[in-house]
Design a protein around this ligand. Structure first.
Ligand code: NDP
Length: 329
């Protein structure tokens, strides 16, 4: 069994040296446990925060121990009722080939209903984040104009498409490369721009001359400042992530225009997907329908091999993914 340990805590940008590939025995299950041969694991931006030794909404990763995170795999041994070898399960112990999972931390998924990777992305955590953030937190209504940053990523690409399907008048996305911008247009975004091509404020104004009603923030910093500037009266923002500052060693310079919240009566609301589990059923129903009808598309970037999981994670932070970043274990 090969697994990836956190060897040291990154300062600023992580490097390969912060990780270590370790070989251990394949575990055997105790009562109430399963052993899962992982097939795919997720790498996610929030993992960067867990590499710091700070108190947050999830505890930090321990040093010299395997990292963890969303994974799907096949049960190879079970001492738990309701799970049998051959079952495909979703659980939280990625970053290793074989996981010893408590049954209460595993959920059986149906590989005939959707490809197993979908349970880590479009039908899983990132899909629900987009759905809950847009429709619940920002309470988007038909006819509104929506701007989403990080738009070619796992969450952002869903936000833009869900907005269109739920009746947004105009959807604008920003992303980090010409290929991503092209992809956004193909996904049905009304406008898209590369944030390297000029100030976000100017590019957003050109794309949404009448302003925006809703901003879905995956990036923070300059993007958030530009969105606040572009928001109409009573505009709302779902603050989902601020990836522009996850590796920063200095506090961000922007946004500098928070005083606009007053006159424009804006609402900026942070949220965690974990608080929106009550929407899961409704989300899966609606998303499965859109997928079945071919009304939503999703991209995946797959890196092969557990030994390359650190590189996949670093690639995610550098923007090398289109759609959900995954590792085939
Ligand atoms: P993505 O698939 O969007 O991957 C991350 C992307 O971030 C990269 O592809 C890159 O794309 C972009 N990025 C990296 N650095 C910068 C930067 N400096 N400026 C602008 N863009 C940057 O990841 P997810 O969809 O999984 O996550 C998106 C956001 O949602 C993250 O901020 C994450 O923390 C947050 N999140 C929050 C949750 C919650 O419960 N609140 C749950 C899940 C995710 P590019 O080429 O465009 O730069």
């Amino acid at each position: 069994n090969r697994e990836i340990h956190l060897a040291s805590r990154p300062q600023g940008w992580p490097t390969a040296d912060n990780f270590r590939l370790v070989t251990t025995e394949v575990p055997t299950p105790g009562p109430g446990q399963l052993v899962v041969r992982n097939r795919f694991m997720s790498v996610d931006p929030y993992m960067r925060g867990r590499m710091n030794d700070v108190k947050s909404y999830v505890p930090p990763f321990a040093l010299d121990a395997p990292l963890d995170g969303g994974a799907v795999g096949e049960v190879v041994a079970s001492e738990a009722e309701g799970f049998a070898p051959g079952d495909i399960v979703l659980h939280g112990l990625g970053w290793r080939e074989y996981a010893l999972v408590d049954a209460k931390g595993a959920r059986t998924v149906d590989p005939d209903l959707a490809p197993v990777t979908a349970y880590l992305g479009v039908l899983g955590m990132t899909g629900l984040t987009a759905y809950a953030g847009l429709l619940d937190v920002a309470a988007m209504k038909p006819g509104e104009t929506v701007f989403v940053s990080g738009a070619a990523g796992a969450v952002g690409s869903m936000v833009g498409q869900i907005a269109k399907l739920r009746g947004a008048a105009r959807v604008i996305g920003s992303a980090g490369s010409p290929a991503k911008v092209e992809r956004l247009r193909a996904l049905g975004f009304d406008a898209a721009f590369d944030y390297h091509d000029g100030p976000v404020r100017d590019q957003l104004r050109a794309a949404a001359p009448d302003g925006i009603d809703v901003y879905f923030d995956n990036v923070g910093g300059e993007h958030l400042e530009a969105a606040i500037g572009a928001m109409k009266l009573h505009g709302r923002a779902a603050i989902c992530g601020m990836i522009a500052q996850y590796n920063a060693t200095e506090p961000p310079a922007a946004p500098r225009n928070l005083a606009l919240l007053i006159g424009k009566r804006l609402t900026l609301r942070g949220f965690l997907v974990g608080d929106h589990g009550h929407l899961r059923e409704q989300f899966v129903q609606e998303m499965a329908g859109w997928l079945r009808d071919g009304r939503i598309s999703y991209d995946e970037t797959v890196v092969d091999g557990i030994e390359n999981a650190p590189e996949a994670f670093l690639g995610l932070l550098r923007g090398e993914n289109i759609g959900k970043m995954l590792v085939r274990v």
